[in-house]
Design a protein around this ligand. Sequence first.
Ligand code: ATP
Length: 198
Amino acid sequence: MTASRPQSIAVFGGSFDPVHNGHVMIAQSALAELELDRLIVMPAAQSPFKPVQKLAPAEARMEWLRLAFAGEPKVEISSWELDRGGVSYSIETLRALAAAHPNAEMFYLIGADHVATLTEWREAEALAEAATFVVVPRPGAPEEAFPKPFRGRYLKGDPLAISASEIRQRLRAGRSVADFVPPPVAQMLNSMQIYSEN
Ligand code: ATP
C-alpha cells in the first residue's frame, strides 16, 4: 500500500506587469523539480515593494497570465489578491491558503533578487513558518544563503535576463517584445497600446 503524501502547493506571487518568459521558466522549473500538485500564480493588487508603480489593469494582467499558462493543467491563475485589493502581503495570502488546504505542504516561489530582503517582508517570522521558499536563479542576483529563520532551496532553472520593466520600456519605444513573452501575450500586448502613459 502506498502512503498518501500531503498535497504540495506552490504560490507564485508578483506584479506580472506583464508576465514574461522568465516567469514561465520559474513555473516550469518548479513543476518539474518539486513534484507539485498545484502551482497558484497570484498577481498582486499592489506590491508592498512597488508602492508607487501604477500597474496595468488587473483584468489585463489576469488575461496575459491565462494566455501564458494555457496548457499547464497544474497551474491555476488566482485573482484572490486582486479581488481583495489594497497592498498584497504574502503572509496574508499564505494564511488564507493554509486555511483552505490545512494539510498541504506550502512553497512560495521567488526570484533570487528577493532572497536577501526576505526578513523585511511583513511578519517575516510567521512567513518563514508558513512556507518553504523556492528560488530561481536570476542573472545579476548572486546565489545567497537564506536569512534566518527562512528555509528554502534553489531550483536549477535556467536564468533568463528578462524583466517586466524592460518589456514595458520596449513597448513604450515601439520595439518588439516577441523574444521576451509567450507569443499570444506578445500579440495581445501589441494590440493594446498599453504602457504608453506610465
Ligand atoms: P519588474 O521589472 O516590473 O520589477 P519583474 O520582472 O521582476 O518586474 P515581477 O512580477 O515583479 O516581475 O516578478 C514576480 C517574481 O518573479 C519575483 O519573485 C521575481 O523575482 C521573479 N522573477 C521575475 N523575472 C525573473 C527572471 N528573469 N528570473 C528569475 N526570477 C524572476
